[in-house]
Each structure stands twice: as C-alpha cells, then as structure tokens.
Ligand binder design. Sequence first.
Ligand SMILES: [Cu+2]
Length: 125
Amino acid sequence: MTARGLRAVSAAALVASMVLAPAAHAHSWLVKSEPRAGATLAQPPAEVVLVFAEAVEPAFVKIAVHRDGKPVQPAPVPVLAADAKSATVPLGAAAGPGAWSIDWRIVARDGHRSNGTLRFVVKPR
Ligand SMILES: [Cu+2]
C-alpha cells in the first residue's frame, strides 16, 4: 500500500471510530439487587433479585450462580418480571452459607450488552 493509501485508510478508521463511539443512551445495567452487593447475611436468601436500569431482552438474560466458587447445581433459572426490568433468581435447596456470586449478562432493548457480578456472603450458623 502507498503512503497516500495508508493515510486514507487511517483517516477512514478515525471517522469510523468517531461514528461508532458510544453515545449516551438507554442501555441497561444493574441498578440494585436484593441482597445488596457486598452484603453479609445471617440467613441464606431464598432468592436473589436483580433490578436493571432499563428493560432487557428476555431471550438474552444469562445468569450463573456460584457458591464458594462452585457452580450451583441444578443451575437456578431466572424469572424475568413482566416489565423485563428485573430478574428473580431462586436459590431453592442450594441456599446456604458461603460466598455467593451471581454473574449476570444482559442485552438491553437497544442491543447493547452489559455484564457484571453480584457478590454477597452468608455466614455459617
Ligand atoms: Cu446502549
């Protein structure tokens, strides 16, 4: 490629990066949860509730639950609220003491993805 060609390509890349730069819009993320992030609980919760900023795409909600670093079996199945702004994750028989982490991965209605991990601790009795 010639020097001129290279300059043309880098100019095009610069324009593309400006056009594709993320703008402020309504993608979704975790705004609160029950239990709260970092909570230390005396009793295991029966369920975990994740509340998102905006509605999420139900088909693309992925939740992975670990207790003391091990995947909880059977894997809890999240139930999305009718407004698609919160998900309830039943812990059921798996609920108990330990360090819990809830990995969440969502796709907002605008197509943007986000993910994170909610952690809390349940003390042994
Ligand atoms: Cu977005």
